[in-house]
Write a protein that binds this ligand. Sequence first.
Ligand SMILES: Cc1cc2nc3c(=O)[nH]c(=O)nc-3n(C[C@H](O)[C@H](O)[C@H](O)COP(=O)(O)OP(=O)(O)OC[C@H]3O[C@@H](n4cnc5c(N)ncnc54)[C@H](O)[C@@H]3O)c2cc1C
Length: 296
Amino acid sequence: VSQYPFPALENELLADHTTYRIGGPAEVMAFPRSREDLWAIGAWLKQNEKGYFVLGNGSNMLCSDEGYKGLVLCTRDLPNQLDFLEGDRVSCGAGLLNSRLLRGSAQKGIDGFSVLAGVPGNIGGAVFMNAGAGTGWIDDFLLEAEAVDLRGGARFIKKDELRFTYRQQHFLKDSELIFAVILQGTSADPQVAQSKLADGLKKRKAAQPIEMPSCGSVFRNPEGTSAWKCIESVGLRGKKVGGARFSEKHCNFIVNEGGATQADVLNLIGEAKRLVKEKLSLDLHEEVVVPRLRFL
Ligand SMILES: Cc1cc2nc3c(=O)[nH]c(=O)nc-3n(C[C@H](O)[C@H](O)[C@H](O)COP(=O)(O)OP(=O)(O)OC[C@H]3O[C@@H](n4cnc5c(N)ncnc54)[C@H](O)[C@@H]3O)c2cc1C
């Protein structure tokens, strides 16, 4: 749409951009390709006093069915280069899909990123969420990040300033986005790295309902236990509301069985939090992000 000083579409359905297949229209959806596009979006947001939120690959997002009267900044078309540097280091753009990082690196004989195997999303989303699995997080092998500020400017953030906790980052300003990163890999035999990757994906397929739309794990694991155990022990495995259900296969997943709304999923989330508090005296905290418009 030419009226915007950056690539954009109007009334784009978020259901088409999220793994949950839930979400109404975004008044404006921007698809920046460069730092300049990001700064143009920032200037436009201020000038038009519009709210916004950032959307990566939409793998961890539970969007509103009503949609958003504002701008959704989709990072899909940001640079997605995958460059191999000396010392088994890899430089990649925020728009690079985790799956391409893993496949491309394994082919080159670079290992070390396998905690991201089967984690949908792109590198920007993986850094923001400190994505990973039982044995580690992206934090473990992230050396440096470039953050672009929608208000103007960009900065390189070194390892000692990159602060993370479980599924959270604590170094970006509200107006900053992850634009590129450097990751530290380890050298490996390409055959071994590729078969390790295939094994990891096979294990996920066996354990998770990846054939259904979802956001992966809905809750973070509480200290000392697993969210799925809590959900199971309060009797919610398989519980359904509208089109949403606590998966029989992995009950920390709420799957969209067709036509689920944000309210259906929130209803199940609320019920799990209430019952787990009541019966186990534990607080469950969401890993899934419910986006809200914010202002620059
Ligand atoms: C089947 C399935 C399995 C999953 N398994 C796992 C798992 O094992 N481990 C795990 O950690 N997660 C898992 N997830 C959740 C999800 O894949 C991760 O959270 C992923 O890192 C999200 O990346 P994304 O690009 O999709 O980001 P989105 O979901 O689009 O966004 C997530 C958050 O990151 C922010 N964000 C996105 N890009 C940027 C950027 N460039 N700069 C600043 N902020 C940004 C968004 O504003 C939002 O707050 C799973 C999801 C599914 C559907």
